[in-house]
Write a protein that binds this ligand. Structure first.
Ligand SMILES: [Zn+2]
Length: 670
């Protein structure tokens, strides 16, 4: 046998061995794929990653049948951009989803779409508004899905978080199981389940709330594990589990004060970038395997495709990790541009969050060899073997290594950038505000141009301010305004130009009834973000409440122009016109508010009152009756209704309503 022939034979054997592990593309029954993304999950809470807390029995059982990657990393520590990487197999600097507000471009490769074209049924069940394609955060994410179960909305005052902007893991799983019923047996499917619970605020339901009262984040992890356990049990009962590929991965971790960070998104250290990743292949082919080489979330989509026997498009930037099942002598692998000797992937990560939200510097990092390098105004270099917690910055003493890492990072970023969308999108004021409400604090100024990257203060020097603002925004979300005020005052003492802090301080003071105190902060917010409807609105409210209705109208008109679909804005503008005696304008805006939301109590009340006072009691009646129905305990509603009955000569009803108003007033005022 000639050498060439022998080589060919060896190659064929090698390919056959590899094929045996993955489904053949000619296979008559394509492989069902279940992708589970667990938000905000640290590796050190996972039993299969060495945790002794006992939080994850269901995931640990799955891990025993899976390929477990002990060193998997996110490329961006934020929910939406990280999920874009998972679904497209491309880096953030290529897919541009990190710019936020940009839609998932049709030019990007897309795991669900590829599978859909292969005859898969595809369904997504997500747990948060940040992955709702109808929100500003995730437009285009429903591409390739037959079903995309989202449908969230911004939480209104008094509304429960879990019935508006977020969904508990148990509900997400319930929705997925309802979809699964019946269809699963016949057609292969791709099911993506996203659970959001471990994201802050840490607030697990009972019995986890009581059991983990001292460690609510752990309680969220344990709760999520129990919900996923129910999913796995159903998959087993339906005969799907064994033959399916099941992948579990976190989009990023969470910091609890390491490097000064609370939450995630700001820094690129392991606490937020190192993530759990496990992949169960069909029929236990992966059982008990563990891979200690470094891999990235960009590799997830190409891996799932290869296991399913579908070639990954060349535009995917990740590589399939299936080779870790077939290679026996990994150490001989040559170093390539994206890998170190031994097959460790070089992991690039980035965050624009410090820049976008505060005007400070963006961060870029590269993990290569034993080093973690972070490009920042004061650059950082850590020996991850000797110093796994990244506590001793070697950049100043090991200049040569830092220079080499810097050059590698630049070359890598240059080579992997580009992609479908050339420029950062220009966010509309409404989009910017939506993103803000979703926790992607954006300074409404659109300064995310490429040239702006890396400029600004070093985030390391500013982390305490970011933490304060984070706590303050959480407090205002929960309507704990008195708690938010001193936090925001401290932020603004250090950084007076943060538009969001000015706005939130003014809004909190408004909510506490301190309208005069709110005025200077709201004037500043409007000055810094003249396109913000919310800033104009809050300023208009404060001006009206302090008696300057003429100035109030100007601000409220500006707010309505920027957000014409808001019932509250039209209502407040109507009130301001009413105060100025501009009745036709007032009536129009009250009617606009009711067109958007017929159940707006105060718009019904004041439109009824307005019509009643202007000789149209018959028209007024409908609105006041509705106001009483909406708020039966309001003395005002009964009093206005009584007046209208009197006008109409219906004295008996008038007297009944007057008595009720009087009775309620006595109850309220002792
Ligand atoms: Zn997340």
């Amino acid at each position: 046998m000639s050498l060439g022939r022998r080589f060919l034979q060896a190659l064929v054997l090698c390919v056959l061995a590899s094929k045996a592990l993955v489904a053949s593309s000619a296979s008559p029954t394509p492989t069902t794929i279940v992708l589970i993304t667990v938000d905000t999950t640290r590796t050190d809470r996972m039993g299969f990653m060495g945790s002794h807390l006992g939080l994850t029995p269901s995931l640990d059982a799955l891990a025993r049948q899976s390929l477990v990657f002990s060193k998997a990393y996110a490329h961006v520590p934020l929910t939406t951009p990280s999920h874009a990487t998972i679904l497209t197999g491309t880096y953030p600097q290529f897919n541009h989803l990190g710019d936020l507000g940009a839609p998932l471009s049709k030019d990007l490769p897309d795991l669900p779409e590829i599978l859909q074209k292969r005859g898969y049924r595809t369904a997504a069940f997500v747990g948060s508004q940040v992955l709702d394609p109808k929100s500003a955060a995730a437009p285009g994410f429903d591409r390739g899905f037959d079903i995309y179960d989202a449908g969230f909305h911004r939480r209104r005052s008094g509304e429960d978080r879990y019935s508006s902007e977020e969904r508990r893991a148990a509900t997400v799983v319930d929705h997925a199981l309802a979809w699964l019923k019946g269809k699963a047996r016949t057609t292969p499917f791709f099911l993506w389940i996203h659970v959001y619970d471990p994201h802050d605020p840490y607030d697990p339901p009972e019995p986890f709330k009581t059991k983990y009262v001292a460690a609510p984040y752990d309680g969220e992890i344990a709760y999520v594990d129990s919900a996923l356990g129910r999913l796995f049990a159903t998959l087993k009962a339906q005969g799907i589990y064994d033959r399916a590929i099941i992948a579990v991965v976190a989009d990023h971790g969470e910091a609890f004060g390491e490097h000064g960070e609370e939450s995630h998104g700001f820094f690129l250290y392991d606490e937020t970038v190192h993530v759990p990743l496990l992949i169960k292949l069909p029929n236990e082919r992966s059982a008990g395997r563990r891979v200690d080489a470094r891999v990235g979330l960009v590799d997830v989509a190409p891996t799932l495709l290869e296991v399913a026997g579908i070639p990954a498009p060349v535009s995917m930037q990740g590589v399939s990790l299936v080779r870790w099942l077939t290679e026996t002598d990994r150490t001989r692998e040559r170093a390539t541009e994206s890998s170190d000797p031994g097959g460790d992937r070089r992991i690039y990560s980035e965050t624009d969050y410090p820049h976008r939200s505060f005007g400070w510097s963006s961060l870029r990092s590269l993990r290569s060899g034993k080093y973690l390098y972070i490009d920042a105004p004061h650059r950082e270099l850590y020996d991850e073997v000797a110093d796994p917690e990244a506590l001793h910055n070697l950049a100043d003493t090991s200049n040569g290594v830092a220079d080499t890492m810097h050059a590698q990072l630049d070359a890598f970023r240059h080579k992997t950038s580009g992609g479908a969308t050339a420029a950062a999108p220009s966010l509309s004021p409404e989009q910017a505000e939506q993103l803000q409400a979703l926790g992607y604090l954006t300074a409404a100024s659109n300064s995310t141009g490429k040239e702006a990257i890396q400029k600004g203060a070093d985030p390391k020097d500013k982390i305490q301010i970011a933490n304060l603002l984070h706590h303050a925004v959480l407090a205002t979300e929960e309507e704990r305004y008195a708690e938010a005020v001193p936090l925001l005052q401290r932020v603004l003492k250090e950084e007076p130009m943060i538009a969001l802090a000015n706005l939130e301080l003014g809004r909190s003071l408004n909510s506490l009834g301190d309208f005069a105190q709110a005025l200077p902060w709201l004037h500043k917010a409007v000055e810094l973000t003249p396109n913000s409807g919310r800033a104009h609105y809050e300023l208009g409210v404060a001006l009206g409440a302090t008696g300057d209705w003429r100035a109030s109208v100007v601000q409220l008109e500006a707010a309505v122009a920027r957000a014409p679909d808001s019932d509250d804005l039209h209502f407040h503008l109507g009130m301001a016109y009413d105060e100025l005696g501009q009745m036709p304008e007032a009536e129009k805006d009250f009617r606009d508010a009711l067109r958007i939301n017929p159940a707006h109590y105060r718009a019904n009340l004041f439109l009824g009152r307005l019509l009643g006072m202007h000789n149209n009691p018959a028209a007024a009646l409908t609105y006041l009756q509705r106001a009483v129905k909406l708020e039966p305990k309001s003395p005002d509603a009964h009093k206005f209704l009584a007046n209208v009955y009197t006008e109409l000569g219906r004295e008996q009803e008038a007297s009944r309503e007057r008595d009720e108003a009087e009775r309620l007033r006595r109850q309220v005022a002792p």
